[in-house]
Write a new protein. Structure first.
Length: 213
């Protein structure tokens, strides 16, 4: 049975893209929203190495304070309406839910716990494990021992779609996060991007069809 659904966190389940964008704009003065979205067209950590803007220099103490403040602000970001119901419904139906996120554990665990959904996930693949989602997809495959077609990844960025394609993971993209359809339309041909959806109802319907396909 196709039953392992892998979710991205920011921009898919939580409305946190604006916070991440604002935080990066402070670290890189002059960074625009358009520039930030372009960074998300690839692996965010690799793309950040290419930023030509000078980075704001902080002491170790200032950097620690920045991380603490960011964590506090992230705890306040809401889930998208419909996200929790989707997760609870999939879990109740027997799907195995996995998280593959570029966020660090310190910002993931408290958020999931506060939202009351951490118990719904069987495995959390955060940035501590690897900053490459390709590496984490490989780890997830090894963990569950299924074929590539038995996994489905849900994301909101073109960069994630590309990493999933590299790992041969079927993917559905959502349009309510960082990227709208225009970004996903840049992919002329993709063997693994199965659909682009605009609502949680469409996402649930797609997962149902994918399961029985």
């Amino acid at each position: 049975m196709k039953n392992v659904v892998i979710f991205d966190l920011d921009g898919v389940l939580f409305d946190s893209i604006g916070l991440a964008m604002a935080s990066m704009a402070v670290s890189y003065p002059g960074l625009t929203a358009e520039m930030y979205r372009e960074l998300l067209c690839g692996n965010i950590y690799e793309e950040m190495k290419k930023i030509s803007l000078p980075k704001l220099q902080r002491t170790e103490e200032e950097e620690a304070e920045r991380k603490l403040l960011y964590a506090k602000k992230k705890l306040k970001v809401p889930m998208y309406p419909g996200a929790k119901n989707l997760l609870e419904g999939l879990h109740a139906e027997g799907y195995t839910l996995v998280l593959n996120s570029s966020a660090y554990e310190r910002n993931v665990h408290p958020l999931l716990e506060k939202a009351g959904i951490i118990s719904l996930f069987d495995f959390l693949a955060t940035a501590e494990i690897s900053k490459s989602k390709v590496d984490k997809f490989t780890l997830i495959k090894e963990r569950y021992g299924l074929t590539g077609d038995d996994y489905l990844f849900v994301t909101d960025t073109l960069g994630d779609v590309r990493e999933a394609e590299h790992a041969n993971i079927p993917t559905v993209a959502v349009t309510w996060g960082a990227h709208d359809r225009s970004y996903f339309n840049r992919l002329q041909k993709s063997k693994t991007l199965l659909a682009v959806v605009d609502t949680f109802d469409e996402l649930k319907n797609f997962i149902t069809v994918w399961t029985t396909d």
